[in-house]
Design a protein. Structure first.
Length: 641
């Protein structure tokens, strides 16, 4: 691998030619200790790109002058994470900086911090561009939290212009949770709004005496949607779900009544699922469907959920089909398009339109890397796509336009320095803007680097626009060459979901390595297998991690049988929760229980998604391991007992 990298660097005939791979590794140690001068000195032998990696980290950390930020952005306009660089750069602007340089730094981009906005206003004014200064002040006043000094400065310069916008600014700050900045606005708004703001803040902070605060709000403002939202959230946080649901139902008459429909959407989905599980599908449908959104991820999810409830619990397939088609129009990923085709087919079947149902299933079956795409293929009698067991073509990345980009050079240097998280960041950033051939070339590059994790991340980015690279999307690694106590495809599917084949990852909850094992579980499996337990090996030795993880999977298979739905649910949420859901929702293995409905009624969004992602991978991995495809039988596999 080192030879590959050096050959590539030599081909660039650039200053990076003399790179010393260990130089950047040493520099990154200093970077993590914020020893910037030392880091630059250590990186210098590795060339300009290595120096820019250090500078990139320094500027993202908020160090440096305005000139430093401008120079870096001019040299590296295509690097990842530049939004953070620019945001940090706003804080670097000093009162004495050249006004023209300040305006050039923003380059027509709106400031994202209050301090940055103030500096832009001052710079525009210093250049005699009063109209531009006023426009920047108004934009900041409408949307940004401000320090006391920045607020005073804007009012001193444009107080008359801003006077009519104080209430709107206060309302925005309250909706967005900027309580300190909102507090600074109280003296500028009418008394009624002062009391309304006090009530909203008290509810959000769960202060004592909220009833008195609400009672003090003038009658004319009692119906304020922001106040209703904070009351709803207060009830939710206090565990008063029934009261929260009643208020949500009451307010869901219009977008105006909700104020900001998108902020209610997450809890709307949660409560719709809850009341559906509790046996009240009419209320569940009302909650899900009256969202008053018109686009976005929450709109799509709520349209799908509304259709699911209408079809499966209210026997209204025509209504369901309308929702499913709205969902299809709002999505673009294979996972979602497969879901759309499957459920449109189910609705059309219920309407006794078999020909249209077959067409819907055929549409969904185009996306067989997804859970519902496979189910659509099965329902429509469509064989598994043979390409899922085949080989991919990866164009030579050396011939791609990006090959001479400093982003690629940085990725190579970071790979040699052992900075795999940053390698991922740089290469996936390139994939986001690359064309399909470029995405394939980048995945091929990651595979050439033997980095299945980065290849998978690139493949997932590509798959969002329908560019599926099966070898990178469903990696078959050295895990497949080991005999396991459970099917190899199950181990691979769990790894793909848990760590995305990143052997060194550690979760915030303490789960470690390839199969995201908790140390207590790993130790118990090591003891059972009579092997030495090593916490460091969980992230340093993928085979060790996989061996212990497969042993734990064997326990779950013994407990739940070969049913992948229950095994995956137990691996993600714990065996006790899986048993509880069987008790509450019925046994998905039983003849009278619809396993698809059962999965969709899992209380945890994460676990619902987890079960689908694991089970969709099983037939694909089985085909890849066997080198051939056949009939799709996923629904039967989901019922395995």
């Amino acid at each position: 691998m080192r030879a590959l990298i050096l050959l590539f660097l030599i081909s660039l005939a650039a200053p990076v030619l003399a790179a010393e791979p260990t130089a950047l590794a040493k520099a990154m140690v200093a970077v993590r200790a914020d020893r910037w001068a030392e880091a630059r000195q250590l990186a210098r032998p590795a060339g300009q790109v290595a120096l820019d990696i250090v500078e990139w980290r320094r500027l993202r950390a908020g160090e440096g002058s305005l000139d430093d930020y401008r120079a870096f952005l001019a040299r590296n306009p295509d690097w990842p994470g530049l939004d953070k660089v620019r945001t940090s750069g706003e804080g670097a602007i000093g009162a004495g900086d050249d006004p023209a340089a300040v305006v050039a730094f923003f380059g027509g981009r709106a400031p994202v911090t209050g301090e940055g906005a103030l500096r832009l206003v001052e710079a525009e004014a210093a250049l005699g561009r009063t109209g531009e200064a006023q426009a920047a002040a108004v934009a900041a006043w409408q949307s940004l939290p401000l320090s006391e000094a920045a607020q005073s400065a804007l009012l001193a310069r444009f107080g008359r212009t801003l006077a009519g916008q104080h209430v709107a600014r206060l309302d925005t700050l309250l909706w967005e949770g900027h309580d300190i900045s909102a507090g600074r606005m109280l003296s500028l708004v009418p008394e009624g709004w002062q009391k309304l703001a006090a009530a909203r803040i008290a509810l959000r902070n769960q202060d004592p005496g909220v009833d008195a605060r609400i009672a003090a709000v003038p009658t004319s403002l009692r119906n304020d949607p922001g106040l209703a939202y904070e009351r709803f959230m207060w009830r939710t946080r206090k565990g008063r779900g029934e009261d929260a649901i009643a208020l949500l139902d009451e307010r869901s008459t219009s977008a105006q009544s909700l104020g900001r429909p998108a902020l209610w959407a997450g809890w709307r989905r949660y409560y719709a699922h809850q009341v559906l599980r509790e046996g009240n599908p009419k209320l569940a449908y009302r909650l899900a469907s009256r969202h008053h959104l018109s686009a976005g991820a929450s709109y799509a999810e709520l349209e799908w959920l509304s259709g699911f409830i209408a079809l499966r619990f209210l026997d209204k397939p025509e209504t369901a089909l309308t929702h499913f088609r709205a969902f299809e129009a709002a999505v673009r990923t294979p996972i979602s398009l497969g879901r759309a085709g499957y459920w449109e087919g189910r609705a059309l079947e219920a309407m006794r339109h078999p020909q249209e149902a077959r067409a819907a299933y055929a549409m969904g079956a185009q996306f067989q890397t997804s859970f519902y795409g496979l189910l659509a293929a099965e329902r429509g009698g469509i064989a598994m796509d043979p390409s899922l067991a085949g080989r991919d073509y990866y164009p030579d990345w050396r011939a791609q336009p990006f090959a001479r980009s400093s982003v690629v050079s940085a990725a190579f240097l970071l790979h040699e320095a052992g900075e795999q998280n940053l390698v991922e960041m740089f290469l996936t950033h390139l994939a986001e803007s690359a064309d399909p051939a470029g995405q394939r070339a980048l995945a091929g590059l990651a595979l050439e680097l033997n980095d299945h994790h980065v290849a998978l991340r690139i493949a997932k980015t590509a798959a969002e626009t329908g560019n599926v690279m099966v070898e990178a999307y469903f990696p078959v690694t050295e895990i497949a060459r080991t005999r396991h106590p459970v099917p190899t495809e199950l181990v691979l599917s769990i790894v793909r979901r848990e760590s995305e084949f990143d052997p060194s990852v550690a979760s915030g909850a303490g789960a470690l390595g390839l199969m995201q094992l908790m140390p207590t579980t790993a130790k118990a499996m090591a003891d059972e297998l009579s092997v030495r337990y090593s916490s460091s090996a969980l992230t340093a030795d993928p085979s060790y991690n996989a061996r212990l993880g497969a042993a734990y999977l064997a326990h779950l298979v013994e407990e739940f049988g070969p049913n992948p739905v229950l095994v995956a649910a137990a691996y993600n949420a714990g065996p006790s929760r899986a048993h509880r859901w069987v008790s509450e929702q019925g046994d998905p293995r039983a003849a009278g229980v619809d396993v698809i409905d059962w999965i969709e009624l899992i209380p945890f969004t994460e676990t619902r998604n987890y079960v689908m992602r694991v089970t969709e991978a099983l037939p694909i991995y089985r085909a890849r391991l066997a080198g051939r495809t056949g009939a799709v039988t996923l629904s039967k596999e989901l019922k395995a007992n």
